[in-house]
Design a protein around this ligand. Sequence first.
Ligand SMILES: C[S@@+](CC[C@H](N)C(=O)[O-])C[C@H]1O[C@@H](n2cnc3c(N)ncnc32)[C@H](O)[C@@H]1O
Length: 254
Amino acid sequence: MIFEILTLFPGMFIGPLNESIVGKARERSLVHVRVHNIRDYAFDRHQVTDDRPFGGGEGMVMKPEPIVRALEGLQREFPAPHVVLMSPQGRLFNQRIARELSRLPRVALICGRYEGVDERVGMYYAQDEISIGDYVLTGGELAAMVLVDAVTRLIPGVLGNAESASMESFSESVLEYPQYTRPQVFEGHAVPEILLSGHHEAIRRWRRGQALLRTKVRRPDLFDRFEPTAEDLQLLREAEEEDERIRGSGYPGC
Ligand SMILES: C[S@@+](CC[C@H](N)C(=O)[O-])C[C@H]1O[C@@H](n2cnc3c(N)ncnc32)[C@H](O)[C@@H]1O
């Protein structure tokens, strides 16, 4: 998979995308991240990439020509990239969209700055607009890094077996169950006993119940869309009863 990133601040990508899982995926050529400076495609003497908004108003708007020139260069190579404009006005990024993008061979991400990008870029040159949340960032770079990270870990071979993405939060509109590691007791707070039992089926049932309970409590919007099986309903009831039972004994609740 190839990510082509169009930005005015290429230096921002050096650290985050060279480390950890994304860094290793790049080393193993499972993903390629190519960063392009939009300014290199501004051919006037001062390499201007922004201008005042038509109709007046505060701030500057990114000009379409340098961005479109950069895209034209990318489109000459095969396969043509799926072009995404990072924008707070785009469709809200989630695990489903990450999965959708992870199946594409090449994705170009346009990072806006200032008051945003001339509207015609989104209308005529991008196939997609994506927002990473209902808040406004100073630029699209951090949003693009979030997207690259979430998509990369879904590419086959990127995560080892031990780090499988299939059980993670949102893999089926349910949050992941709680995770614990050593020490067994930390400052008086003990790990749930069932996890020490070595009884795999009991652990599976407990984890499923906990995952359902925390989705119901923390993300009722997700839970409402989820279709539980008869076993799910049973495990949820058991988790609710356990939660009720241990509340008040220093346990703050799910
Ligand atoms: C300051 S923002 C422009 C906001 C714009 N004036 C508006 O109100 O919609 C500059 C750039 O940051 C990026 N950006 C800001 N918030 C974002 C978000 N939530 N998701 C994705 N990109 C975002 C976009 O590329 C945007 O063009």
